[in-house]
Design a protein around this ligand. Structure first.
Ligand code: COA
Length: 159
């Protein structure tokens, strides 16, 4: 589905029409992923994943939908989604750099991911909320699964 990436990247930060804007949300390309790693590290999740920069870049390159927001040329917010393009999609790694939180950038990232996934007409758009972030996602239209049918994750210590 590189067509989506190609189409939206034409309106990316290189486009002069975006240069006048203080804020631009657009597709992340390979050359942005080292900066994306720095933003992602600010979430504190790497204690669990122990990803080096090149692993992070390879992981993100495998995701078909990747977006970021730039402020004055600096990448300050990121998010991505994995999808089979028809039935399922899962949003991951929505992170805003700490000094920029609380200014609508996280919402803009999720809305852009939703726009792209809706454009694909993928049937199900899912995510796993980080602890304490349920109200943030509810405000964007997500609903929690019922308590007797929750999302689950494999526990590696079980093997
Ligand atoms: C969660 C995160 C992406 C939100 O980004 P943000 O730019 O600060 O959020 P926004 O400014 O777009 O917030 C939009 C609304 O959600 C609210 N909100 C944001 N985080 C919230 C939270 N944890 N609990 C309740 N409301 C929250 C904001 O107050 C705002 O409400 P308003 O529109 O009524 O003012 C950001 O805090 C972050 O990067 N956190 C660390 C990484 C993380 O946990 N990501 C989520 C992964 S599932």
């Amino acid at each position: 589905m590189s067509g989506y990436s190609q189409k939206v990247s034409n309106t990316g930060p290189q486009n002069p029409s975006w240069a006048d804007m203080n804020r631009a949300t657009s597709i992340l390309e390979l050359e942005h992923l080292q900066d994306a790693y720095k933003v992602w590290l600010s979430a504190g999740w790497n204690d669990a994943y122990a990803l080096g920069e090149s692993e992070f870049v390879n992981s993100w390159m495998a995701s078909p939908v990747k977006v970021g927001t730039w402020v004055d040329g600096q990448l300050i917010a990121i998010g991505r989604a994995n999808t089979d393009h028809i039935m399922y999609s899962m949003i991951h790694d929505v992170v805003v750099a700490p000094p920029f939180r609380g200014n609508g950038h996280g919402s803009a990232i999720v809305r852009e991911l939703l726009n792209i996934l809706k454009g694909m007409k993928v049937r199900s758009i899912q995510l796993m909320s980080a602890k304490g972030q349920v109200p943030f996602y509810e405000a964007l239209g997500f609903r929690s699964r019922p308590h007797d049918g929750p999302g689950m994750e494999y526990d590696w210590s079980a093997s």
